[in-house]
Design a protein around this ligand. Structure first.
Ligand code: PHE
Length: 441
């Protein structure tokens, strides 16, 4: 509890710091998308993060993310048609401000699940957050009667800072549902549901996920056929993007909203890289949202990873670049053309360390690194390339705890002077001292 209150003050201070550089004072509301949201002890969105809302990189013509988005959409449009018309509808302009019900409850994510933690999400207040995945819209779209749809947009997660992580990234999420008549059109004697499951009273059946191959309400035939389709459709997508030579493997996974679940990895640059999560939608979600006679698969993939691998883009911050040297390499191109990014030039890095003693109320294990990362990004902006935890130290006599982080600074479009970096670094030291009550060593 003390941590919650403390962080609330920390964030309040960040807001204040940006506007008037004054000290800790509680903020009473957050202004977002022309609306005021009351703040509370959960509030941890920062002005920097708020500034990314509405940028919609996935819709900016010539942005690599928009090119990958278009290629994925084309694949689904051309692979799934009914009487010549695409069966998937596309939602790519849904507001990223969602409720905890949309992001978690509707998807059966338990109350104590780590993905709900304040240290992992950007909360506007205890009931509202910036969506942490596009799956947040799955239930409402099912409820509106849709059965095959793609949800594309920006998602927000608190995480470490390095060349492949950015607090805002983009996902394509999808649902493909089928009724018995479609799934088993060649085998009308087969069923989607076990005889013990009553379609008109789905809530009277306890749907378990103890069998690794299927949910207890589904027949093995239905679950296996869906699994086969899901896997072959997604491999087809990966082939369409990377060509048939790409190596892939399936890894068993767990998501609260699908069962069974898998992750797809591709072999890229000497290592396996996870590109998507998927599975058979938990029947409770379908039953709660309406369709009670179909089975569905769902998947979610990250656009940044795919774009970085496809075009050999070395740093995720480049997706946000307005530099013509970057954008011109992707503009006015046939989207299926092979594009290999050529670095415009690589400006030098500057690394400065920061070490501090924690106040007696905190230990090296209770200090929340993500709070520190957000503060560093808030003050340093996009010149922060990486923040690494270098050392945790407990003084043998005084028992005081201390942490040391390395902050790597690099501007993507020009050389930073040491002087300039030192100023930002000093500013970070002051802010860290103010907000976490630490003592710089
Ligand atoms: N929402 C999951 C994520 O962000 C991906 C996913 C979507 C997994 C749909 C299964 C089904 O990691």
């Amino acid at each position: 509890m003390t941590i919650l209150v403390r962080t609330h003050r920390v964030l309040a201070a960040i807001f204040q710091h940006c506007k008037y550089s004054t000290k800790t004072k509680a903020i009473s509301s957050v202004h977002l998308a022309n609306k005021e949201f009351p703040s509370d002890e959960y509030t941890n969105v920062t002005p920097k993060i708020i500034s990314y809302l509405g940028k919609n990189l996935h819709l900016q013509k010539g942005n690599p993310l928009a090119i990958v988005r278009k290629r994925i959409v084309n694949y689904f449009y051309s692979s799934f048609t009914h009487r010549g018309n695409p069966i998937f509808s596309i939602y790519d302009n849904l507001s990223p401000i969602v409720t905890t019900k949309q992001n978690f409850d509707d998807l059966l994510i338990p109350n104590d699940h780590p993905s709900r933690a304040k240290s992992d999400c950007y909360y506007v207040n205890k009931d509202i957050l910036l969506r942490a995945h596009m799956t947040a819209h799955q239930s409402e779209l099912l409820r509106s009667g849709l059965d095959n749809f793609l949800m594309i947009g920006d998602v927000y997660r608190r995480d470490e800072i390095d060349s492949t992580h950015f607090p805002v990234f983009h996902q394509v999420d999808a649902v493909r549902s089928q009724r018995k008549e479609e799934l088993f059109k060649d085998h009308p004697d087969l069923e989607i549901f076990e005889p013990a499951f009553d379609i008109s009273n789905p809530h009277t059946f306890v749907n378990t996920i103890t069998d690794p191959s299927k949910q207890s309400c589904h027949t093995l035939e239905a679950a296996k056929l869906m699994e086969t389709q899901l896997k072959s459709h997604l491999i087809g997508l990966v082939y369409a993007l990377f060509g048939k030579d790409i190596k892939h493997r399936w890894v068993d996974a767990y998501f609260p909203f699908t069962h069974p679940s898998w992750e797809l990895e591709i072999y890229y640059d000497g290592d396996w890289m996870e590109v998507l999560g998927c599975g058979i939608v938990r029947n409770e979600i379908l039953a709660n949202a309406g369709p009670n006679n179909s089975i569905a698969y769902a998947f979610g993939l990250g656009l940044e990873r795919l774009a970085m691998a496809l075009y050999k883009i070395p740093d995720i911050r480049l997706m946000w670049s307005k530099d013509s040297g970057f954008l011109s390499q992707f503009q006015d191109k046939n989207i299926d053309e092979k594009i290999t990014y050529k670095p415009v030039s690589s400006y030098p890095q500057c690394t400065n360390d920061i070490s501090f003693w924690l106040p007696t109320t905190l230990t090296v294990d209770t200090f929340i690194s993500n709070d520190f990362y957000d503060l560093v990004r808030e003050i340093g902006g996009d010149i922060i390339e990486q923040v690494k935890l270098r050392d945790k130290f407990v003084h043998p006599k005084s028992k005081k705890h201390s942490l040391c982080y390395s902050i790597v600074y690099r501007h993507l479009e020009r050389t930073l002077t040491q002087d300039e970096v030192n100023k930002v670094h000093k500013h970070i030291e002051t802010a860290v001292t103010d907000m976490f009550n630490v003592t710089i060593r």
